[in-house]
Write a protein that binds this ligand. Structure first.
Ligand code: ZN
Length: 135
């Protein structure tokens, strides 16, 4: 069994992380966390906490990375929503059993040391859904 706890973060694909971060920090007065590069996903990310949730800014570090491809196709904007779950292994097993189309059948490393896995937009009504379990 697993439980969805809350919206963990909204992932936003941007061309220029530093510039995008400025909007949230300087215009909205929010406080950004440090940046982290996730080599496996070819992205540089920055989390900006907002109450119980966070905004995740993602800049591609390679022209063939998933974020670069997303921007090429859709332009900058919301790329995924992440829901925090209490047990990602159980969530994936349960969804698989229910026939839900998954991108990741096993959790992988996410920024900040989270365990993450993506659910296909065709299964969710059109959005890329990330499941995230934090330590
Ligand atoms: Zn994310």
């Amino acid at each position: 069994m697993f439980k969805v706890l809350r919206v963990d973060h909204i992932g936003i694909a941007v061309k220029d992380l530093a510039q995008a971060k400025k909007f949230y920090t300087e215009m909205l007065g929010m406080e950004a966390m440090g940046e982290e590069e996730v080599a496996e996903q070819k992205v540089k990310v920055c989390f900006i906490p907002c109450g119980d949730s966070e905004v995740e800014l993602l800049e591609s570090t390679s022209p063939d990375g998933p974020i670069a491809k997303y921007i090429e196709k859709n332009g900058e904007g919301i790329q995924h929503m992440a829901l925090r779950v209490d047990n990602i292994e159980a969530a994936l097993a349960d969804l698989k059993e229910k026939g839900v189309r998954l991108i990741d059948e096993k959790p992988r490393y996410g920024a900040g040391g989270a365990s993450i896995a993506f659910v296909h937009p065709k299964a969710t009504g059109g959005i890329l859904l990330e499941l995230s379990q934090r330590k």
